[in-house]
Ligand binder design. Sequence first.
Ligand SMILES: [Zn+2]
Length: 179
Amino acid sequence: MAGQLRIITGPMFAGKTSALLAIAEEARRAHRRVAVVKPLADDRYHAHALATHDGRTLGATPVRSAQELPAAVAGADLVIIDEVHFFGASLVEPVERLLAAGVDVAAAGLETDHRGEVFEPLGALMARATAVRRLTCPCAVCGLPATHTQRLAPGGGRIVVGGVGMYEARCPGCFRPGV
Ligand SMILES: [Zn+2]
């Protein structure tokens, strides 16, 4: 039987990592073999843990690229991957292989980039997902549900690692693409 792919998306500060932590806790109570990975590029809080913006953590294996994923998760029956947008489109194939091998995958990441464009691999993974959960939080400007991540400092490419002060969540009406 093919594995199930669950996707959690939404802007920064919407609670995506907290949702992954809840999935991991539930799976551990069910005595599943859980592997948790995160991109090495994201070292904002802890290199070897998923960390929520409110300070909760879960041990994770940092991986440098999508090619390292199979070895990092060998033997698991549930693979949890945070911040998948750091991996780009190259993550799709290894995830498909895990699913084909009957391994469940739960992944979280940004659906759109600072210009409001689809941020791969999220588009491709969402198209393959059994379940997609879109989280929101209040827009930092007006309080309506936020769907976008606003970059506050100009310049930089698609990947600029940062947290509070560099980014904020905004609704479609307050989002200004490409800053
Ligand atoms: Zn707004």
